[in-house]
Design a binder for this molecule. Structure first.
Ligand SMILES: NC(=O)c1ccc[n+]([C@@H]2O[C@H](COP(=O)([O-])OP(=O)(O)OC[C@H]3O[C@@H](n4cnc5c(N)ncnc54)[C@H](OP(=O)(O)O)[C@@H]3O)[C@@H](O)[C@H]2O)c1
Length: 343
C-alpha cells in the first residue's frame, strides 16, 4: 500500500472535557496515524468561550493543553489572536466542533457549521444541538457542497451506535429503534432501584460527575430526544428534528417494591417506530437487554429481516468521545484519498 501523506489542517472549536481529550489523543496517536493512514493532522487554530489562538504552521498542542489546564483559558497563549472569525478566516480542511450542545438555539455550533459550509470545510462534531434542530437541512447542504459532516461522537460517546447501524446493518431496512441513550438518567434509575429517592440519586450523579449542575437536559429527556433524532435520521432516514419528538423526563418516576417483585423496573426509553418518536419513562422487564447497569447506554435496532440487534456501551466520557472524533478524522482521510493501491 502507498500512503499519500498530506497535512490535515484542523480548527478546534471548544477546549473543554472533549476538546482537551481529543488533543491528548492526537498527541498520543500521532505516529500511528501517520504510519497506518498517512494522516498528518495539524491543529492550526483553537478556541474556547472567550479567547482564540492561531498559527498557520501549526500550534504546539502539548503547550496549548498545558496552558489551558493551568490558566483555565487560552488567553495569554503566545499564538493568541483577537477579533478573528476562525472558521471563516483560517485556511483548513476540517472544523471540529466540541462546543456545548444547546437544544434551543443550536448556538454556537450552528454558526460554526454554516461558516464551514460557506468556506468549503468538512466538519466533525460531537455537538448535538445543531443536528437536533436542523439535521435534515444540514446533511443536505453538506452533501450538496461535496463536504463531509461526520458526527459519530454525538450519540453514545465512544460506543459506535451510529457506525454499527450504518455499516454492519447496511442494506437492511431498520423498522424501529428502542434505546437507553442517556447515562445520567440510567444511573439515577438504577440507584432508585436500590431504594433511594430521585433527589438523592440525582445528587449522587452530580457528585460522581455524571450529571451537570443544571441537570434539566438529562432528567427532562431532551438529551435523549436529541440523540434519538440523530439516530433515527441516520438509521431510518426519517427527516425529523427535535420538534417531532414527544418528550417526558424522569422527575416524577417511582420504582416500587411491587414493581421489582414482578420482575419489572423503569427506564427512560427513546423509541422511533411507525407511531413516531418519543422519549418517556417506561415499565420494562428487568431481563430486557435495554436494562443495563450504572451509566451505560443500550440501543436495539430492529431490522426487517434479521430482527433485533442490541449494542451496549459507555454513553459518554471525554476520552471515549475523543476516540469517536478520531474515528471520524480517519474516515475523512480515507474519503479524501488516504490509501492508494500499490502500483
Ligand atoms: N463530555 C462527554 O462525555 C460528551 C459525550 C458526547 C458528546 N458531548 C458533546 O460534546 C460537546 C463538548 O462537551 P464537553 O463535555 O467537552 O463540554 P465542556 O467541557 O463544557 O466544553 C465546552 C467547550 O466549549 C467552549 N466554548 C463555549 N462557547 C464557545 C464558543 N462560542 N466558541 C468556542 N468555544 C466555546 C468552552 O469554553 P470555556 O473552556 O472557556 O468554558 C469549553 O472549552 C458538547 O456539545 C457535548 O454535548 C460530550
Amino acid at each position: 500500500m502507498l500512503l499519500r501523506v498530506e497535512r490535515m489542517r484542523i480548527i478546534l472549536m471548544g477546549m473543554g472535557v472533549v476538546g482537551q481529550a481529543f488533543l491528548e489523543l492526537l498527541e498520543l496517536e500521532k505516529a500511528d496515524l501517520y504510519r497506518k493512514y498517512g494522516l498528518h493532522p495539524v491543529v492550526v487554530a483553537a478556541s474556547d468561550s472567550n479567547s482564540m489562538v492561531y498559527n498557520p504552521r501549526g500550534l504546539d498542542v502539548q503547550r496549548l493543553l498545558n496552558h489551558k489546564r493551568s490558566e483555565g483559558t487560552l488567553h495569554g497563549f503566545p499564538d493568541e489572536v483577537q477579533g478573528m472569525d476562525l472558521v471563516r478566516e483560517v485556511e483548513a480542511e476540517v472544523v471540529i466542533d466540541v462546543t456545548p450542545s444547546n437544544f434551543r438555539t443550536g448556538e454556537p455550533g450552528i454558526s460554526h457549521l454554516r461558516a464551514a459550509l460557506q468556506t468549503g470545510k468538512h466538519v466533525i462534531t460531537a455537538n448535538k444541538g445543531p443536528l437536533a434542530l436542523e439535521m435534515p437541512a444540514l446533511v443536505e447542504m453538506f452533501q450538496h457542497k461535496g463536504l463531509r459532516l461526520l458526527f459519530s461522537g454525538t450519540v453514545g460517546g465512544g460506543t459506535p451506535f451510529l457506525r454499527f447501524v450504518g455499516k454492519c446493518l447496511s442494506g437492511e431496512k431498520i423498522v424501529s429503534i428502542r434505546g437507553v441513550i442517556n447515562g445520567t438518567t440510567n444511573y439515577i434509575l438504577n440507584r432508585m432501584e436500590d431504594g433511594i429517592s430521585f433527589r438523592e440519586a440525582l445528587r449522587e450523579a452530580q457528585e460522581k460527575g455524571y450529571a451537570e449542575a443544571d441537570p434539566s437536559n438529562d432528567v427532562d429527556g431532551w438529551d435523549s430526544a436529541a440523540k434519538l433524532v440523530i439516530l433515527s435520521n441516520w438509521a431510518m432516514d426519517l427527516g425529523v428534528t427535535l420538534k417531532d419528538v414527544s418528550v417526558r423526563g424522569i422527575r416524577d418516576v417511582e420504582i416500587t417494591e411491587d414493581m421489582l417483585s414482578r420482575g419489572k423496573t423503569v427506564r427512560l426509553i427513546a423509541t422511533a417506530d411507525e407511531s413516531g418518536l418519543r422519549v418517556q419513562p417506561e415499565e420494562i422487564d428487568r431481563r430486557d437487554p435495554l436494562v443495563v447497569p450504572g451509566a451505560l447506554n443500550a440501543v436495539s435496532f430492529i431490522a426487517e429481516i434479521s430482527g433485533r440487534h442490541t449494542l451496549i456501551g459507555k454513553g459518554a466520557g471525554g476520552r471515549e468521545t475523543a476516540a469517536a472524533l478520531m474515528r471520524d478524522l480517519v474516515e475523512l482521510k480515507m474519503y479524501l484519498g488516504g490509501v492508494e493501491p500499490c502500483s
